[in-house]
Design a protein around this ligand. Structure first.
Ligand code: NAD
Length: 348
């Protein structure tokens, strides 16, 4: 990957390459945009196959954060930090403190937080070097699984809005929902769906998590590869990115795709078009999974917990707005969401 070309293509403001030999830190901070405010976005730690993969992941995720904040009118931009390394074996206080010093040097242009592979303890280490970090001990997001809870709640509301728009009713009782991924968000989402009277089909590569969900919600489990072909009203990708691709879309037998995973479309244009042609309503990922970002923004602005929940409930109306815009402009839903976000970004 040519980094400059990619920065131009995705309109990335700044990429910071962080290297500190003694702490064993190799990381990238991507600031996609500070047009609407400081760039907000978590810190991911992952065993990337190549250094280029780490940069590509950081810039793409940072861009998603910009669009997510913009479409909801939040006064933040988008950023992301990625640390190259194995989260199970390569963590140390030194490493996170070293990253904290890099973040401090950005003087508030980037605010980090928990993401895939990082925890509250890691954020506490970063906090020793900089105040520009969320999800530290004592914050509402660090208590229990509040971020996952609000993300699941947002996805649930997004499903209701999508069913309302496409099927004529937001009532999910008797609807069948296929949930891929039963981690922090997927499991809580299953609980909300079960309480709403939906039938659940589930899959995860971790058998213990499958068993837990079968027991808790009387869900029907299928093999990870079989979930795509399950006949259902809603398919909910709550595992990894890139899972809507040339191979999987052909198998889908659902009316709606709405789930928490980031960057679900492997190739935004081609795969988004394919879903459209197959008559499947796609809830753009960064709209439907915005619950976590919305409460982070709320916490930074000192908003109360009940008010935070009301803010997350905006996801319902926002998705309807995206769908109506897509219909009016005769464009796919992912593009309609981008258009609305870009309109916010280009406001004087
Ligand atoms: P998690 O790591 O707790 O759960 C992910 C689950 O997916 C794991 O149980 C894993 O075993 C499973 N999985 C991985 N590959 C799979 C496959 N091929 N088939 C089936 N299952 C598979 O993560 P999470 O916090 O629940 O987040 C889920 C997704 O939502 C991620 O993509 C994340 O980036 C996104 N997201 C999460 C939040 C949040 O608040 N946690 C917010 C926004 C977006």
């Amino acid at each position: 990957m040519d980094v400059w070309k990619e920065m131009k293509r995705l309109q990335v403001e700044q990429v910071v390459f962080c290297q500190e030999e003694q702490a064993g830190l190799q990381a990238v901070i991507a600031i996609h945009s500070t047009r609407l405010g400081p760039a907000l976005g978590g810190c991911r730690m992952w065993t990337y196959a190549t250094e280029n993969d780490a940069v590509a992941d950081a810039v793409r995720l940072a861009r998603g954060m910009t669009y997510k904040a913009a479409i909801f009118g939040l006064p933040y931009g988008g950023g992301k930090a990625v640390i190259v390394g194995n989260p199970s074996t390569d963590k140390s206080e030194d490493k996170f403190r070293a990253l904290g010093r890099f973040i401090e040097r950005l003087q508030g242009r980037y605010i980090t937080g928990v993401d895939l592979g990082t925890t509250v303890r890691d954020m506490d280490w970063i906090r020793l070097e900089t105040p520009h970090v969320t999800d530290t001990t004592g914050t509402i997001m660090a208590a229990g699984d509040f971020t996952a809870e609000m993300t699941a709640y947002g996805v649930y509301l997004g499903m209701k809005a999508s069913a309302d728009y496409l099927l004529g009713s937001g009532d999910l009782s008797g609807r069948t929902v296929a949930v891929q991924g039963l981690g922090k968000v997927g499991f809580l989402l299953c609980g909300l769906l079960r309480d709403a009277g939906a039938n659940l089909v589930i899959a995860d590569i971790d058998n213990a998590l499958v068993e837990r969900a079968v027991k808790a919600y009387h869900a029907r489990a299928v093999a990870p590869d079989a979930i795509y072909g399950e006949s259902c009203d809603i398919f909910a990708p709550c595992a990894i990115g890139g899972i809507l691709n040339d191979a999987t879309i052909a198998k889908l037998r659902c009316a709606i795709v709405a789930g928490s995973a980031n960057n679900q479309l492997q190739e935004e244009i081609r795969n988004g078009e394919e879903l459209e042609q197959r008559g499947i309503l796609y809830a753009p990922d960064y709209v439907v999974n915005a619950g976590g970002l919305i409460i982070t923004a709320c916490e930074l602005q000192g908003v109360s917990v009940p008010e935070m929940k009301r803010n997350v409930e905006r996801i319902y109306g926002m998705l309807l707005k995206v769908y109506l815009h897509a219909r009016q402009e005769a464009v796919p839903t992912w593009l309609a969401a981008n258009m609305l976000a870009e309109a916010e970004l280009s406001k004087p």
